[in-house]
Design a protein around this ligand. Structure first.
Ligand SMILES: [Zn+2]
Length: 200
């Protein structure tokens, strides 16, 4: 099974089923779920969580198809600073930061906004940063067959910073380099310089 193979997601569980669990969780935490400020919290939390995991119900195929174009362009395409918000699958706490995506086309390109939407789609799932980074790169590789792809994700994990596991400002950086980005140091360096230099 490749990184981007879609898993069959069961029909979303019944509305209210997550809220019921959250109500029980609030009791277990020693709080009163009927207290005014908490009364509607379970429903709010369920709504938020369903949104934050809505990427399971999106299909990269549908997202990118129809937005791909044939071109005679073989220079690097770079999309910098895509904002990213995800949930760490080990703690169900947010990690967030920025994603930089680059590829060198091989006769095919995709609308730039679709790349940001694809990043969101994979981010809105229970994730680890490494897998998220790979899924973004693999999807571009599969759909566009480019000469190469580079993806860098820089993120802060609340499971680390809030629990004091790491220094407050620590950022985790992950990257996936495929094709010419892996084989050719010059291409990789060009991408890194564009990301660091802030100019594209
Ligand atoms: Zn975590």
């Amino acid at each position: 099974m490749s990184e981007t193979t879609e898993i069959e997601v069961p029909e979303t569980s019944e509305a209210g089923s997550i809220a019921d669990l959250v109500r029980k969780m609030i009791v277990q935490l020693g709080e009163d779920p009927n207290r005014e400020g908490l009364r509607r919290t379970p429903e709010r939390y369920e709504k938020a969580l369903r949104f934050l995991t809505s990427g399971y119900r999106q299909d990269p195929e549908k997202l990118l198809n129809g937005a791909m174009f044939s071109v005679c362009y073989d220079e690097m395409v770079v999309v910098r600073d895509i904002e990213l918000y995800s949930l760490c699958e080990h703690h169900l706490l947010p990690f967030f930061g920025r994603c930089h995506v680059a590829y060198i086309p091989n006769k095919k390109v995709v609308g730039l906004s679709k790349i940001a939407r694809m990043v969101n789609m994979y981010a809105r799932r229970l994730q680890i940063q490494e897998r998220l980074t790979n899924q973004i790169a693999r999807t571009i590789e599969e759909k566009l067959s480019p000469q190469g792809v580079g993806v860098i994700v820089e993120a802060r994990h609340l499971c680390m910073v809030m629990r004091g596991v790491e220094k407050q400002h620590s950022t985790a950086t992950t990257s996936a380099m495929l094709g010419v980005f892996r084989e050719n140091k010059q291409t990789r360096d060009e991408f890194l310089a564009l990301v660091r230099g802030g100019k594209v």
